[in-house]
Write a protein that binds this ligand. Structure first.
Ligand SMILES: C[S@@+](CC[C@H](N)C(=O)[O-])C[C@H]1O[C@@H](n2cnc3c(N)ncnc32)[C@H](O)[C@@H]1O
Length: 196
């Protein structure tokens, strides 16, 4: 989907993904010392705003202007500051060794595009920095619920881990996410890696 389609999807007043952070973010960040964080494909800002409230200095990027406007409002309501950027991640050049944490949640691109974005994420991590990637797993098509229906856009933990050249992989797994109102759980890919 291009930015215009996402703008349309975000056009309603309610938050498409709600105001609360993703459960896996809260779980994986637990105990980490706050520093500078970059949220790639931040959407309406639920994760960026939570990180900022936890003491992180957050930069958040998404190519949907409507999403970023809603994210700004959420940050205002929560009384936190986030640096918001409207940009297409496929052309995004991140500064070198700038961030202690980079997160990429539910961004579904083609494999070459994803590798390019992950390459930028690796570049912009500081030594000892953490990269956290979460997205709809390919197994979702047969055994889960939600997410894109094109298998080429879905994630696989081993595949993502193999793309994180130079990082140490702490976790690369398929994880289960209960979905309200669905008799099936969603299956997500979760990869957490560290720059040596
Ligand atoms: C499923 S939403 C997830 C939003 C957020 N990460 C979250 O978990 O709440 C996917 C987001 O990716 C953004 N996106 C998709 N392709 C993008 C691109 N090429 N550059 C920047 N943002 C993109 C969309 O605008 C959308 O906000």
């Amino acid at each position: 989907m291009d930015a215009a389609h996402w703008d349309e999807r975000y056009a309603k007043a309610e938050l498409e993904w709600g105001p609360e952070p993703n459960h896996f973010l809260v779980q994986e960040i637990d105990g980490m010392e706050p520093g500078r964080a970059l949220d790639l494909a931040a959407g309406e800002g639920r994760n960026a705003v939570w990180l900022a409230a936890e003491g992180w200095n957050v930069t958040a990027v998404d190519f949907s202007r409507v999403a970023i406007d809603k994210a700004r409002l959420l940050a205002e309501r929560r009384g936190v500051e986030v640096e918001w950027m409207v940009a297409d991640l496929r052309d995004f050049e991140a500064p070198r060794q700038e961030f202690d944490l980079v997160i990429m949640f539910y961004l579904h691109l083609t494999a070459p595009e994803r590798r390019k974005v992950l390459g930028q994420a690796i570049e912009t991590l500081r030594p000892e920095g953490t990269l956290l990637v979460v997205g709809h797993d390919r197994a979702n098509l047969t055994d889960g619920v939600g997410g894109p229906s094109d298998p080429a856009l879905l994630l696989d933990a081993e595949e993502v881990a193999s793309e994180l050249v130079g990082l140490v992989i702490d976790r690369a797994e398929r994880v289960v996410r209960p979905v309200k109102g669905s008799d099936r759980d969603a299956l997500d890919t979760l990869v957490r890696a560290r720059k040596p």
